[in-house]
Design a protein around this ligand. Structure first.
Ligand code: SAH
Length: 205
């Protein structure tokens, strides 16, 4: 049923569909939502944040055109679900979360599931440490009013960045940026709704 819904909505990449089938979303939702884990909707998690809708996770993943050799950066770990999906299709995933509680819980879940190529970092996605290096792919899973130039600079040549861009409390457009020899190529994809990306780490737990 889960795969069928994703197919119907236009996800066609076999590796993405297979991965969506393999990662148990129920392990990433709150206890009370276990029964709804495979419905195609976003759900609330701790710290007032959300786990994205499965279709959006699959769609963003497909648009990233991942390869086993890729180093991927995710901004907005949340539950860790998107990171788990990425980990199966990429070489290494660094995911950054501004709530310590969410980062700690996601790290624990990902370890339990054997996603050993994911590093969960408590920090600010607007201020990625220089030591983290460059990335083949960057996925932002929180709404940004604009994508900082600094972040686009972290892309390797040929790299792809996907982010929901638009007003923080409304509808955003998912935008795919590709770094080409001539500069940055930009393509508007679909409308989405994400919780806002907020600069700085959260002071509350
Ligand atoms: N990808 C997640 C869902 C993300 S919800 C999943 O699969 O469950 C968006 C997340 O982005 C929230 O957890 C929020 O705390 C985080 N976030 C917002 N601003 C951030 C920032 N500046 N740096 C890191 N994380 C941020």
């Amino acid at each position: 049923m889960f795969q069928l819904t994703l197919r119907r909505r236009g996800i066609s990449e076999q590796a993405v569909l297979r991965t969506m089938e393999e990662i148990p979303r129920e392990a990433f939702v709150e206890e009370r939502d276990r029964a709804d884990a495979y419905r195609d909707s976003a759900l609330g998690i701790a710290c007032g944040q959300t786990i994205s809708q499965p279709f959006v996770v699959a769609y963003m993943t497909e648009q990233l055109k991942l390869h086993k050799s890729h180093r991927v950066l995710e901004i907005g770990t949340g539950s860790g679900y998107q990171a788990a999906v990425l980990s199966r299709l990429a070489g290494h995933v660094l995911t950054i979360e501004r709530f310590r509680t969410l980062a700690d819980r996601a790290r624990e879940r990902l370890e339990k599931l054997g996603c050993y190529n994911v590093e969960v970092m408590f920090g600010d996605g607007f201020d990625v440490p220089a030591g983290a290096g460059q990335f083949d792919r960057i996925i932002v899973t929180a709404a940004m009013e604009a994508v900082p130039e600094k972040l686009l600079e972290r892309l390797e040549p040929g790299g792809i960045l996907i982010a929901p861009v638009g007003p923080q409390h409304g509808t955003q457009t998912l935008i795919r940026f590709t770094k080409t020899a001539d500069g940055i190529d930009r393509k508007d994809l679909v409308d989405v709704r994400f919780v806002p990306a907020i600069p700085g780490v959260a002071r509350e737990l």
